[in-house]
Write a protein that binds this ligand. Sequence first.
Ligand code: PLP
Length: 394
Amino acid sequence: MSLTDAQAASLSAETVVVAAGRPPRDRDAPVNPPLVLSSTYYGTGPLGDGDRGYGRYSNPTWDPFEEALGQLEGAELPGLLYASGLAAVSSALSLVPARGVLVMPSHSYAGSLVMATEMAEKGFLELRTVDIADTGAVLEQLAPAGGTPANMLWLESPTNPMLGIADFRTLTAAAHEAGAIVVTDNTFSTPLVQQPLALGSDVVLHSVTKYLSGHSDVVLGALVTSDAGLRAALLHHRTIHGGIAGPFEAWLALRGLRTLALRIERSQASAAVLAERLSGHRHISGVRFPGLVTDPGHARAASQMKGFGSVLCIEVAPAAGLSGADAADRLVQGLDLWLPATSLGGVESLIERRRRHTAEPDSVPENLVRLSVGIENVEDLWADLEQALKALDS
Ligand SMILES: *Cc1c(COP(=O)(O)O)cnc(C)c1O
């Protein structure tokens, strides 16, 4: 390990993203970890703890990223990489006991909700969905008077795409009181903006596809925990269910992670500027961004996040005979610089009307457009939005 946990804890995250997960400083050793492509490893004795054995059990290219992510989340153990964010969701949900109770935000990532719903339909678990920003409603679902207490609380904050903010400290304490473990999907924030373990979560989940890798060129997921028992169960699930990361993707993810702090700094600052300017615009009927002082989640977000992220949502007003949804589509099609595409967290700015996805719940307004702010110059991003908004006049 190039950077011990104690060193990582004493350094700022901006430094850890650069310094973590490097090879030992041996003479002529590479300063970057090599990409190891091998499905098997030499060995003749009995396979035991720590043996690499076979490519589904472990790969040296996973280790530096897992080490770095564990240190960034402030965990006592390295993270676990997965083939995708949803492979990590599948592993995390395996921690719910048979016919146990899962409490999940009604605006969780759509794929996570679909997976939990299908598990519930098969009778594997009981699913209770709830508005995660409504603390009283969550407490009621965690430990209903006279009902079965929950086994797992799923947290996502800010939620996707409504950007609702959960009260972490209250909810994690209540979940533990009820005997539930807490899993937090921290994809939108990254450990640089929000540290769920410090706020009481037991497991942190990432779609590494997004900010951590940061260049929209890999699909990967990860889990992080400080609990050795939970980590062993998750590792076993990954090995047996097979949702492992490709070594090249893992290598690219670490390369992307090196610039995370710079990317977040720029994109958060730009998102704040754009949210302010869009708020006053005649073609926009609403802006959701926890960084706006008028946002309902602002005070809560400020108390538990180091910044407000770089995803914002706008609602497009009806214009020139178009419904709000049609005006939103026209806006997205009228942009030159912003890329009309799903996903988020890359260097390039992405924009999409969310209800174009048929799986998106009805509670997401038809005219809601999600913006993932990248690292381009903010005035260029604004100029492009301004010209496409102006085109709605005609
Ligand atoms: C994208 C995403 C996921 C799923 O990750 P994949 O890498 O696409 O499998 C899960 N949660 C959130 C918040 C996401 O944005």
